[in-house]
Design a protein around this ligand. Sequence first.
Ligand code: SAH
Ligand code: SF4
Ligand code: F3S
Length: 469
Amino acid sequence: MTQDSALLQAPETDLRDGSNNRKVFIKTYGCQMNVYDSTRMSDALARDGYEPTENMEEADLVLLNTCHIREKAAEKVYSALGRLRDMKKERNREGREFMIGVAGCVAQAEGEEILRRVPAVDVVIGPQTYHRLPEALRKAKEGQRIVDTEYALEDKFEHLPIAESKKIRSRGVTSFLTVQEGCDKFCTFCVVPYTRGSEVSRPVSQIVEEAQKLVEGGVREITLLGQNVNAWHGVGANGQEWTLGDLLYRLAEIPGLARLRYTTSHPRDMDDRLIEAHRDLRALMPYLHLPVQAGSDRILKAMNRRHTAAEYLMLVERIRTARPDIALSGDFIVGFPGETDQDFEDTLRLVEEVRYAQAFSFKYSTRPGTPGAELKDQVPEEIKAKRLERLQALLLKQQQEFAGSCVGKTIELLLEKPGRMPGQLIGRSPWLQSVNVDAKELQIGDIINVRITGTGTNSLFAEIAEAEV
Ligand code: SAH
Ligand code: SF4
Ligand code: F3S
């Protein structure tokens, strides 16, 4: 679309800032890191005159930020692309521009193949090169079709703009901040080391600066992200090598930053300093996502998790000793190749021992190119389905028990958004639960003391306990 036709179609738009009045619709699949990346891409595109829209119908550019973790996640992308191809035909008939971009882990894994399967796609861009997205779009507009899935030598974060305070404010009082990317662990079921590349940590100064800007923009809670967030390391202000625990101590000093979280952690990288941070830092929320995947040593070994069930349980105990009120969450895979009934019973037993507050569980999905795909003894679908059902019933029971144990307690709540009823607000407990409270006098961003009065399906109910803290 030329600037002239944009003017004809939207004469009400203010073009004083030189904006081309183009709109981008970003659809995000997959993990929190993709959510964070979508925000950063949106900010980079804003500099190029693209406003974000929630309505695909009015978009000039649709960007799919994709996930490759399980087969279903990748399939979703191709069915969405089928619909977009039809939309593009329609738009082109009307003489309007319509561009399609594919970013994220499917882009990285499949590259050119996406263009072959869906020639209507204009740009395919991998997670390491998002800073080049505006340039790729410019080239695509000139008729080239761009695939950029290199591992860029330069640091994309150096080139991506951080949003202004006003924009940060419009996004709410909690924010993600990626501190680490990639994975060197090579669990045999997982595509992440191939789609996100090897482990890279962002430097301390970059992270602190971004955290400070977020806080200036009204953010009160930051969740540090990484595919292996606790593998983060860097050189601290004192010239010494820091690990994630040290970084958390530093970030906890930022005035106005009330809450810190981090995800996702690998059991092998939970070092003493990080456990101390849980003991010492009031800002560090007592919640830890610590995936174990399975409870059988044989399967853990086949998965290349590099720890045993007993080591995991010992680690959990050390963490609970340091921070007794910590709530644990986990990820589980059932039906990894070779998993017997006995192996699966071991997983149930481990879950019984740990008592999770929250968990995510999946049927093993064979991913081409991973060592797991080569293994014999793939478990039949119906057995996977039965095991998943049993595991999920147990995990749900534990989640409900944990929620029930909160009733009657007074806790701190960070108010995040309006509730369904007038005067009602929804906040998060320290343990990441959604809590509804009648809070007419209070504002989003306030941290208040509430008493939990009851539990709902996926949330808690509370009343105000005392004045703001
Ligand atoms: N870095 C994190 C997890 C990233 S992927 C970690 O190490 O735990 C998120 C979750 O998806 C994994 O924890 C795992 O439970 C699940 N997952 C990954 N690959 C999978 C596969 N091939 N089939 C089913 N679930 C999978
Ligand atoms: Fe995947 Fe394992 Fe790396 Fe997690 S640690 S991202 S599960 S390879
Ligand atoms: Fe999916 Fe990539 Fe995240 S495969 S889970 S979007 S790292």
